[in-house]
Design a protein around this ligand. Structure first.
Ligand SMILES: NC(=O)CC[C@H](N)C(=O)O
Length: 383
């Protein structure tokens, strides 16, 4: 069948643009926010990143599916993207780890895909006009274009409510008992954040979003991590007060993406929505104190408004995005707080910022050593 004739489905944007495509994965319609990511590999990490919940994700890289799907690349317990939009879809993967095709994986989870889409035109449109409401339909027959556009205008998007409860996981513990203890608040954590911490010989307790500060403090953590997660950070009201108490407790605190935004809101700053967000694997970020530039993995639609950061309270911009100057990280003059808007765990994307886990775990170890120190009794003393 020719591509023209197979393009019976479509991505329909709320502003009236219709992008035809060939359905793959689950044959059902989906509503969401149309976004794009420029990562060149890592489609499985993208769809299983809980921060993509409720989003119809366009991959700008033009060949998707060619290495299939495997267990190791999964970043959470299931795929969360509302739908996947690609240029060319490959249904005959070639990789020794592949256990199934991307299409059968998406189909098992009820997620529709759309191939043969002019993803370059779609991306240029979203860059100019911003991310927007959209629907993905596997088959346009039966509905007029006007009816499809009216449906897209009513589409549900993840900024409508607090969507973090939909993706958070179950409580879990990892690592040896006799090690520095980190409590991670799971707003939609990715597995490589957990793995990156565990590689540094810590004990980890994961608690779902919604936990209060007293419960966290009762576990006597040496460090606290607040994970990435989906949606508009101002909707995640169950965490903002918790983060305020924890970040000012003197315990080392590491906020990643949504965790960074929640810290900023807790400190009294504002968040704003970016026109088309930052989603990709090559965003340059400059560390202000050193001038060092990192190439980072990103997936966010919101950012912290620079002019709202309460510098009088000791909060300082630590990192900025080299492309658009937006805030990419915060530190505090005296508290052991580090936050980043990007993803030091990569997955997908570069691992260049793994040193941030080193920096955080170093603070955690210092606290643990101070907390567990026993007075050293020299031989002969006190005898
Ligand atoms: N990956 C994330 O944590 C994303 C944070 C937030 N949902 C945003 O889009 O900005």
């Amino acid at each position: 069948m020719s591509i023209q004739r197979s393009r019976i489905g479509a991505l329909v944007l709320e502003d009236g643009r219709i992008f035809p495509g060939t359905p793959f994965g689950a044959r059902r319609p989906a509503e969401g926010e149309a976004v794009f990511t420029t990562v060149m590999t890592g489609y499985q990490e993208v769809v299983t990143d809980p921060s993509f919940y409720g989003q119809l994700v366009c991959m700008t890289y033009p060949l998707i599916g060619n290495y299939g799907v495997c267990d190791e690349d999964e970043q959470s317990r299931r795929p969360w993207a509302a739908g996947l939009i690609v240029r060319e879809y490959c249904d005959r993967p070639s990789h020794w780890k592949a256990r199934e095709t991307l299409a059968s994986y998406l189909e098992r989870w009820g997620i529709p895909g759309l191939a043969h889409v002019d993803t370059r035109a779609l991306t240029r449109h979203l860059r100019t006009h911003g991310t927007m409401r959209a629907i993905l339909v596997p088959d346009r027959t039966g509905l007029t274009d006007a009816e499809l556009v009216a449906w897209a205008q009513r589409a549900w998007t993840p900024d409508r409510e607090d969507v973090v409860p939909a993706v958070r996981g179950e409580p879990a513990t990892f690592g040896p008992a006799d090690a520095p203890h980190i409590v991670l608040i799971d707003c939609g954590v990715k597995r490589n954040i957990i793995a990156s911490l565990l590689r540094r010989a810590v004990r980890l307790t994961v608690l779902p979003y919604g936990v209060d500060a007293a419960t966290v403090l009762a576990l006597e953590p040496d460090g606290i991590v607040v994970s990435p997660g989906p949606g508009d950070p101002t909707r995640a009201t169950d965490a903002i007060e918790t983060v305020r108490v924890l970040a000012t407790s003197g315990i080392p605190f590491f906020g990643i993406c949504l965790g960074h935004q929640l810290l900023a809101l807790a400190a009294g700053a504002r968040t704003i929505k970016l026109t088309f967000g930052h989603r990709g694997g090559n965003h340059p970020v400059k560390e202000i104190p050193t001038g060092r530039v990192r190439i980072t993995s990103q997936n966010h639609g919101y950012c912290v408004a620079h002019d709202s950061i309460p510098e009088q309270d000791g909060w300082q911009v630590w990192m900025i995005n080299v492309n658009d100057g937006t805030v990419e990280g915060l530190r505090h003059r005296s508290l052991p707080v580090l936050t980043v808007q990007f993803h030091p765990e990569g997955s997908p994307g570069p691992q260049d910022s793994q040193d941030l886990f080193d920096a955080f775990v170093e603070l955690v170890q210092q606290r643990w050593r101070a907390r567990t120190a026993r007075p050293i009794v020299l031989a002969g003393e006190g005898a």
